[in-house]
Write a protein that binds this ligand. Structure first.
Ligand code: BES
Ligand code: ZN
Length: 850
C-alpha cells in the first residue's frame, strides 16, 4: 500500500473469519538468517459464513511451498497475505516459509536479541512467522516442534518431548496467534514453584542470559505473590503445569503475556539492589503481576478484534493497580497513578491524538497501545466499580469468567455482564468507551439555612472527529468538612448524569468545606473557584489522603503559575504548609515525598495553556528553579536533621516502607545539595551500597552541575551493565540545563555505547530529551531537530518504537508561533521522508492535521 493511500480499518466493518481452525502444528528449523517454518493447520469452513474467502495474512515471508490435503497448490500472493481456492469440507493446509530472524530489527515476529531467538506477536506479528488468520477471534490449540542446536528451546504450554537438537511443546488451551511465543538460546533458569489453591503444583522459571542469575529472585517472589493474590481476590487459578518468564534485552514494550511463556524486556524483570532503584523494583513487581493477570483477562477471555483492546488492557491495568495498592500503600499508588494519568493521558486526550478508550478506526494498531486505552481504560473500570459497589463488581466479574471463558469478547459483552449482575442500565455509562476527551466539571456551591448545595456542570471540548459530546455518568465522591477540620459528611458517591445537576446536604450547622472528587473518583478536570487558604486547610485536614495531596498539588501549581505570569515570589503560606508537612513524622514518608515533589514543568505548561496563556518553557523552568531554591532555604535549618532521620540504615530491602523513606530522603538530599555545594551527596555517593541511594546522590550532584567525577566513576563501574548504562545515558540529559540539553543528547548519540537498534537505549536518550521540558522546547529548535533526525533514522529499523516516540510532539499547539513553526517543519520533514513506515506516517499525520 503506497504511503499516501494508507488503509484504514473500522470497527463497524467487523466480519468473522469464514473458517474454524481446529488445530495448529508448527515446526521451526532455526537458522539466524534462514529459519524455515512449516505449518500444518486444520481448517473447517463455517457453513453459515457470510464471507467464504480463504485469506491468510503474511508479511515478509518467502513462500517455499503450499499444500492442501497433501496436494501442492499455488496460492495467489496478494498485498499482506495470500488467497487460495479451498475445499468446502474440512481440510489440512500445509505451508513452508523462510524468514530472517537476524535481519529483523523491527522486533516483531521472530527475531534475534543477543544471539537468542525470541518472538513478539501482539498485535499482528504472527503473520511475519507464517501465513495465518492472524486475528484475535481465531483461536486454536498449538503444537510446536523446534529444531536447532540451542541449549534451551521453549514455547507455550507444556513440554511434550525433547531430544538432541529438538524440543516439542503443546498448549492445550485454544488461543489467538498473538499469544504464540518461541524462545531459543543459551539461557539459564531461576526456578521456583507454586501450589495452587486446589493443590496443583506449578513449576515456575525465570530464564535469563548467563550472568543475570542473581537478578531473578525478586521477580520470582513477585510472580508467586501475583498468583496468590489472583486466587484470593478474584478466585482465579493458574491453568498449566508450567509458567515461564524470559528476559530479553531488545524489546519494544515492557513485557508480553504469551500463554505460559511471558517475554519481558530485561529492564522489567531483572532486579538487584546494586543495579535497580526502588522505582525499578516497584515497576517490576507491577508488570509481572500485570502479565500474569492477563492469563485470565486477555488469554482465557480475549478480544474479538483490536478495537476492543481496552477490554483486556484496561481491566488488567486496573487489576495490577489493585494488586500494587494491596502490596504497598493504597493512597500512594492512587496518587502515583493520577500523576501518570495527567502526565500521559490528559495531553493525549486534549490534543491531536485524542481517541476514545475503544477507538473506531485505525491504520496501524500498534499506535493504539496508548495511555487512553490503558490508563483511561482502567479508570473507566474504577468508575464502574464505584458506581455498582464492591460486592456487585466481584459478582459481575465472576459472571464474566463463567460466561465468557474461552471466548473472544467485546465491550458490549463486558457491560452486559454488569447489567445482568446488577440490573442497571449502562447505556449512558457506555459513552466513556466511545467518547474521547476529558470532561470538565465546573462546581459551584451555595449555603443557606443549614442547607448546602453543590452544583455540577459538565462539558467535554471537541476532539478530532467528535465535535459534540453527550453528558456522561460521572461518579463524584464527595465529603464535607466543618471549618474546624472535622468531617461532617463521610464520603458519598454522587452520580452525575446530566449536563447540569445539583445535590443538597441538609442540617449543617455552618458552611462546610467540600472535599470533591475524592480518590480521584473520575478522570475529569475539576474547575472550581477556591482560595489558597482553603487549599491549605484541605492539605492539613482532609480525611481523604488523595485530596490532601491534591490540595498541595493545586497550591504548588497556583504558586508556580503566579510566579510565571506575574513574577510573584513563591507563596509564603504554601512554603509554610510544606515545611510543616515535611517535619511531621506522623505522616507516611512516601506521602511526604509526593507532596514535596513539584508538579512537572510540562504540567504547568498545560495548565497555562488551558487558562488561555501561551506557556514559555524557559520561564517555567526559571520559576521551578526559584521555587526549589526558596524551599531549600526555607528548610535550611531542618534539612540536615531531616536527612539523617530519613536515611535508611542497614542492608537494602525494596519493601514499600523503606522505599518510601528513601524517596523522602532523596528529595531532601536534592534540596540540601542546593545549599551545601554537594558535600552530603558526594558522601552518600561514595558510601552507597544500593542503586537507589547511588542514583539519588548522582542525580542531585548532576542537577547542581557538581557530578562530573561521580558520573565518570559511575560509567567505569557500570559500563558492562546495559540496564544501568541506560540510567547513565538518561540522567545526563534529564539533568542538563535547557541550553545544553540538545547538545548533551547529541553528544551521547556519538558515544560508543549508544545503540540505535536497542529500544531501551534509544528511549533512554530520546525519552530523556523529550522529558526535559525546557531543554526539548528550547527556542533554538535544536531539540526538535535532533529528535526528528533520529526518528527518521530509526524508522527504517524499528517503526513501532519510532511511531510511539512521535508523541513527544503532540503538545505542539500549546506553544508560541515560533516554536509551532519549528515543530511543524520537523513533523513535515518526517512526513515527507521517502519510504516512511505506516506506523510513523499515521502518527505524524494525525499530529499535524489537528
Ligand atoms: N500486551 C501488552 C504488551 C504489548 C503491547 C504487546 C503492545 C504488543 C504491543 C502487555 O500486557 C502490556 O500491557 N505491557 C505494558 C506494561 C503494563 C504493566 C501496562 C508495557 O509493555 O508497557
Ligand atoms: Zn497488558
Amino acid at each position: 500500500m503506497a504511503k499516501d493511500t494508507p488503509q484504514t480499518f473500522y470497527l463497524k466493518d467487523y466480519t468473522p473469519f469464514g473458517f474454524d481452525v481446529e488445530s495448529v502444528h508448527l515446526t521451526f528449523r532455526l537458522a539466524p538468517e534462514t529459519t524455515r517454518v512449516l505449518s500444518r493447520i486444520r481448517f473447517a469452513p463455517k457453513p453459515d459464513a457470510a464471507d467464504k474467502t480463504f485469506f491468510l495474512y503474511g508479511e515478509e515471508l518467502q513462500l517455499i511451498s503450499a499444500k492442501i490435503d497433501g496436494q501442492a497448490v499455488t496460492p495467489e500472493l496478494v498485498d499482506g497475505g495470500l488467497k487460495c481456492a479451498v475445499p468446502s469440507a474440512p481440510f489440512t493446509w500445509e505451508a513452508e516459509v523462510e524468514i530472517n530472524p537476524a535481519g529483523n530489527t523491527a522486533l516483531e515476529g521472530l527475531y534475534m536479541s543477543n544471539r537468542m531467538y525470541c518472538t513478539q506477536c501482539e498485535a499482528e506479528g504472527f503473520r511475519k512467522i507464517t501465513y495465518y488468520p492472524d486475528r484475535p477471534d481465531v483461536m486454536s490449540t498449538f503444537t510446536v516442534r523446534i529444531e536447532g542446536d540451542e541449549p534451551v528451546m521453549l514455547s507455550n504450554g507444556n513440554p511434550v518431548g525433547a531430544g538432541e537438537g529438538w524440543a516439542e511443546w503443546h498448549d492445550p488451551w485454544p488461543k489467538p496467534a498473538y499469544l504464540f511465543a518461541l524462545v531459543a538460546g543459551d539461557l539459564v533458569n531461576h526456578p521456583g514453584s507454586f501450589t495452587t489453591k486446589s493443590g496443583k503444583e506449578v513449576e515456575l522459571n525465570i530464564w535469563v542470559r548467563p550472568g543475570d542469575e542473581n537478578k531473578c529472585a525478586f521477580g520470582m517472589e513477585a510472580l508467586k505473590k501475583s498468583m496468590k493474590w489472583d486466587e484470593d481476590v478474584y478466585g482465579l487459578e493458574y491453568d498449566l503445569e508450567l509458567f515461564n518468564i524470559v528476559a530479553v534485552d531488545d524489546f519494544n514494550m515492557g513485557a508480553m503475556e504469551n500463554k505460559g511463556l511471558n517475554i519481558f524486556n530485561s529492564s522489567c524483570v531483572l532486579a538487584s539492589p546494586e543495579t535497580s532503584t526502588d522505582a525499578n523494583f516497584e515497576r517490576i513487581e507491577a508488570i509481572i503481576a500485570h502479565e500474569y493477570f492477563h492469563n485470565w483477562t486477555g488469554n482465557r477471555i480475549t478480544c474479538r478484534d483490536w478495537f476492543q483492546l481496552c477490554l483486556k488492557e484496561g481491566l488488567t491495568v486496573f487489576r495490577d493497580a489493585q494488586f500494587t495498592a494491596d502490596m504497598r500503600s493504597e493512597p500512594v499508588k492512587r496518587i502515583d497513578d493520577v500523576i501518570t494519568l495527567r502526565a500521559r493521558q490528559f495531553p493525549e486526550d486534549n490534543g491531536p491524538l485524542a481517541h476514545p478508550p475503544r477507538p473506531e478506526a485505525f491504520q496501524e494498531i500498534n499506535n493504539f497501545y496508548t495511555a487512553t486505552v490503558y490508563e483511561k481504560g482502567a479508570e473507566v473500570i474504577g468508575m464502574l466499580k464505584r458506581l455498582v459497589g464492591d460486592e456487585s463488581y466481584y459478582k459481575a466479574l465472576k459472571l464474566y469468567f463463567e460466561r465468557h471463558d474461552g471466548q473472544a469478547c467485546t465491550i458490549e459483552d463486558w457491560l452486559k455482564v454488569f447489567e445482568d449482575a446488577t440490573g442497571r442500565d449502562l447505556s449512558q455509562f457506555k459513552l466513556w468507551y466511545s467518547q474521547a476527551g476529558t470532561p470538565r466539571v465546573k462546581v459551584t456551591e451555595d449555603y443557606a439555612g443549614g442547607t448546602y448545595t453543590l452544583t455540577f456542570e459538565q462539558s467535554t471540548p471537541p476532539t478530532p472527529g467528535q465535535p459534540d459530546k453527550a453528558p456522561r455518568v460521572i461518579p463524584m465522591a464527595v465529603g464535607l468538612l466543618s471549618p474546624n477540620g472535622d468531617e461532617v459528611r463521610a464520603t458519598e458517591v454522587l452520580e452525575l448524569t446530566e449536563a447540569k445537576q445539583s445535590f443538597t446536604f441538609e442540617g449543617l450547622a455552618s458552611k462546610p468545606v467540600p472535599s470533591i472528587l475524592r480518590e480521584f473518583s473520575a478522570p475529569v478536570i475539576l474547575e472550581r473557584e477556591t482560595s489558597n487558604a482553603e487549599r491549605a486547610f484541605l492539605l492539613a485536614h482532609d480525611t481523604d489522603p488523595f485530596n490532601r495531596w491534591e490540595a498541595g498539588n493545586a497550591l504548588a501549581k497556583e504558586t508556580r503559575v503566579a510566579m510565571v505570569l506575574d513574577g510573584a515570589a513563591p507563596d509564603a503560606a504554601y512554603l509554610d504548609a510544606l515545611e510543616k508537612l515535611v517535619r511531621d513524622d506522623e505522616q507516611d514518608p512516601a506521602f511526604r515525598a509526593l507532596v514535596l515533589s513539584p508538579p512537572s514543568q510540562s504540567d504547568i505548561a498545560q495548565t497555562l495553556y488551558e487558562r488561555g496563556y501561551t506557556p514559555d518553557p524557559q520561564k517555567i523552568y526559571d520559576a521551578a528553579e526559584t521555587f526549589t531554591q526558596t524551599l531549600a532555604q526555607q528548610l535550611e535549618t531542618s534539612l540536615p536533621r531531616l536527612y539523617a532521620a530519613t536515611t535508611v540504615e542497614g542492608s537494602y530491602s525494596p519493601d514499600a516502607e523503606s522505599a518510601g523513606k528513601r524517596a523522602l530522603n532523596g528529595r531532601i538530599l536534592s534540596l540540601l545539595t542546593r545549599l551545601d555545594g554537594g558535600e552530603q551527596a558526594a558522601r552518600q555517593y561514595a558510601a552507597a551500597d544500593n542503586m537507589t541511594q547511588q542514583y539519588a546522590a548522582l542525580a542531585a550532584l548532576m542537577k547542581a552541575e557538581k557530578g562530573e567525577v561521580q558520573s565518570r566513576a559511575f560509567f567505569e563501574q557500570w559500563q558492562d551493565d546495559r540496564l544501568v548504562m541506560d540510567k547513565w545515558f538518561a540522567l545526563q540529559i534529564a539533568c542538563a540545563a535547557p541550553e545544553k540539553t540538545a547538545a548533551t543528547a547529541k553528544a551521547l548519540t556519538q558515544h560508543a555505547l549508544f545503540d540505535m537498534k536497542n529500544p531501551n537505549r534509544f528511549r533512554a536518550v530520546f525519552g530523556a530529551l523529550a522529558g526535559n521540558h525546557a531543554g526539548f522546547h528550547h527556542a533554538s529548535g535544536e531539540g526538535y531537530q535532533l529528535l526528528a533526525d533520529n526518528l527518521i533514522a530509526l524508522d527504517k529499523l524499528n517503526p513501532q518504537t519510532t511511531a510511539r516516540m512521535c508523541a513527544a510532539f503532540q503538545t505542539w499547539k500549546r506553544y508560541d508561533a515560533g516554536r509551532q513553526s519549528l515543530i511543524r517543519a520537523q513533523l513535515s520533514r518526517i512526513a515527507g521522508t521517502e519510504g516512511l513506515s505506516r506506523d510513523t506516517n499515521e502518527m505524524v499525520t494525525r499530529i499535524l492535521d489537528a
